[in-house]
Design a protein around this ligand. Structure first.
Ligand SMILES: Cc1cc2nc3c(=O)[nH]c(=O)nc-3n(C[C@H](O)[C@H](O)[C@H](O)COP(=O)(O)OP(=O)(O)OC[C@H]3O[C@@H](n4cnc5c(N)ncnc54)[C@H](O)[C@@H]3O)c2cc1C
Length: 278
C-alpha cells in the first residue's frame, strides 16, 4: 500500500533494499560519493569512487543515478566524465537545477552515500580522428568532456605513448569567473606551459565580476573573434560544442560559415530548453 506523507527513515532503508532487489543490479556499478567541491550555490564538482579503475573514451558520458524508493531502477541522468580514463575516482562538473528531479538530491548526499552508474560509459563526443586541429567551445559544465580529453593527452605524454598532442583551443564561458571553477586555473596553467593548448575563458556578466580582466562576452561571440585569430584551417579542423543548446545552435551557424565541414562539427546538448527559458 502506498501512503502519502513522509516515510520514516528506517522504512526508507527497507524500501531501498526492496527496490535494489527488484532492479537488474548487474547493469549498474555502485559508486561511493567522496566529495562535492562548490564553485557557487548551483555549480560543483562531484567525486565518486569505484571499486576498480573505470575505462572509457575521453569525452564520453556516464549515466548516474540514485535509488528511488518506489521504482525498479535508479533515477538516472547522463553526465560527462571530466576525469581521465583508468582511474578509480570519477569526476563530474554538475549544475544544480532547482526544480530538477535528480540534481537537488545529489546536493543532499552525505559522504559515503551510494550512487549508481550504468556499467556502460558511452557517447560519440570524442576526439575526431580525421582532423589534426580541435576547436572546443563550452558553456560552464560543458567543459567536462574537454577536461577529460586534455587530462588523457597529458597522461599519454607522460607515459611516452604520445609525441605531441594535436593543437587544441578551448573556449569556456560562464556568467562570472568563479563559475568556471578550478578548471579556470588548471587549464590556464596548462595553456601558459605548452604550445599545443590554448584556453580562452570568457565571462558574460563582467559588471558582476569587477576583478575579471580576461575575455568577456558569450562563448558564441568570442568564438567568431578567435576563429579569425587562430591559425586553425577549417578543412583540417574539428569543432566541438558542448553545454547550453542556445550556444550550440548559434555556434553551428558561425562554424559552418567559417568553412568547417558538416561532419567535422560535433555537439553535445545537455538539455532541451523549456518554453520561456532564456
Ligand atoms: C550527454 C549528456 C551529458 C550531460 N552532462 C552533464 C554534465 O556533465 N553536467 C551537468 O550539469 N549536466 C549534464 N547533462 C544534463 C543532465 O543530464 C541533467 O539533464 C541535468 O543535471 C538536470 O537533471 P535534473 O534531473 O536535476 O533535472 P530534470 O528534472 O531532468 O530537468 C528539468 C528541466 O530542467 C531543464 N534543465 C536541465 N538541465 C538544465 C540546465 N543545466 N540549465 C537549465 N535548465 C536545465 C530541462 O528543460 C529539463 O526539462 C548532460 C546531458 C546529456 C544529454
Amino acid at each position: 500500500m502506498r501512503t502519502s506523507g513522509p516515510v520514516p527513515a528506517r522504512s526508507r532503508w527497507f524500501l531501498h533494499d526492496a527496490a535494489e532487489r527488484r532492479m537488474d543490479a548487474s547493469r549498474y556499478s555502485r559508486l561511493t560519493f567522496v566529495e562535492r567541491v562548490d564553485f557557487s550555490e548551483e555549480l560543483a564538482v562531484f567525486r565518486l569512487r569505484a571499486d576498480t579503475p573505470v575505462d572509457f573514451t575521453p569525452g564520453q558520458y556516464a549515466t548516474l543515478g540514485l535509488m528511488n524508493d518506489d521504482r525498479d531502477r535508479p533515477l538516472l541522468r547522463p553526465y560527462s566524465v571530466a576525469s581521465a580514463p583508468g582511474e578509480t575516482e570519477l569526476e563530474f562538473f554538475i549544475e544544480r537545477v532547482d526544480d530538477g528531479a535528480l540534481t537537488p538530491k545529489l546536493w543532499d548526499l552525505d559522504r559515503g552515500a551510494d550512487v549508481w552508474m550504468r556499467n556502460k560509459i558511452v557517447g560519440r563526443f570524442t576526439l575526431d580522428p580525421d582532423r589534426t586541429h580541435h576547436l572546443m567551445a563550452a558553456t560552464v559544465t560543458g567543459v567536462g568532456p574537454y577536461v577529460s580529453i586534455i587530462r588523457d593527452q597529458l597522461q599519454k605524454l607522460r607515459a611516452g605513448a604520445l609525441d605531441t598532442p594535436d593543437p587544441m583551443l578551448v573556449l569556456h564561458g560562464a556568467s562570472r569567473s568563479w563559475e568556471l571553477g578550478t578548471y579556470l586555473d588548471e587549464l590556464q596553467a596548462l595553456s601558459d606551459q605548452v604550445e599545443w593548448f590554448e584556453y580562452v575563458p570568457t565571462v558574460s556578466r563582467p559588471w558582476e565580476d569587477p576583478e575579471w580582466d580576461g575575455e568577456y562576452g558569450r562563448v558564441e561571440d568570442v568564438l567568431r573573434k578567435h576563429l579569425d585569430a587562430t591559425s586553425f584551417v577549417p578543412s583540417d579542423s574539428a569543432a566541438y560544442t558542448c553545454g547550453h543548446p542556445k550556444m550550440i545552435d548559434k555556434a553551428q551557424g558561425i562554424l559552418q560559415r567559417a568553412g568547417f565541414e558538416e561532419d567535422a562539427i560535433h555537439e553535445e546538448k545537455y538539455f532541451v530548453e523549456r518554453n520561456g527559458d532564456g
